[in-house]
Design a protein around this ligand. Sequence first.
Ligand code: ADP
Ligand code: TYD
Length: 207
Amino acid sequence: MTDGMFITFEGIDGSGKSTQARLLAETLKNDGLDVVLTREPGGSPGAEQIRALVLEGDPDRWSAETELLLFTAARRDHLERLIRPSISDGKIVISDRFADSSRIYQGSRSGDLRAMVDDLHNLMIRQEPDLTFIIDMDPDTGLARAKGRGGTEERFEDFGAGLQAQMRTGFLALAQEYSDRCVVVDGGRAIGDVAADVVRIARERLA
Ligand code: ADP
Ligand code: TYD
């Protein structure tokens, strides 16, 4: 059996990642492919428990370093239990966020933790996606969409539009840093138009 493929969606909160990940998964399933749709933080039972620890409660609950360790612990469990076994089985794994989110969110919080993010990634994760969609979006629109969703997971959305703008710039820089696997897609259009681009690009890479 040949290895499958690992596709990730990245971008600021409310940019449409979850929507696009779900639509791509549905389309590729209809194409007859074996698809696993997952998300971070989470994606495995243990990582989902860590998700509740990092996304709910007091925003100052964790130091930036502790938070990075928790995201990395969740990712390691997700990788061991779902991502690697599925890729080895020849499946297409589609994840709503992965390591690029830590590079941007943790990497730019409270000074510059990016070197620490990279060290931990090299030590504990090492896996990179084959293809990453960076859904680019105006920060105010993204924030309004994310707030419209409601719920208790507001830890990062609560940092506001200034931080969203900083994250957007970070993701666009990341797309250049990892230009071999990253594709920037304009998320400020109708859902179907964004999905058409995503599906076309994914099919090209799969071919
Ligand atoms: P993310 O996972 O990036 O936070 P979601 O996919 O959850 O974003 O989308 C956030 C909200 O915006 C949802 O209510 C979703 O239905 C809506 N939405 C997603 N994409 C679009 C779009 N292209 N145009 C308008 N609304 C959208
Ligand atoms: P997510 O559920 O994807 O939020 P949204 O749908 O609003 O984009 O992710 C939850 C939050 O976790 C989001 O604000 C980004 C943050 N996050 C990190 O800070 N680091 C990480 O490594 C990951 C995976 C997510």
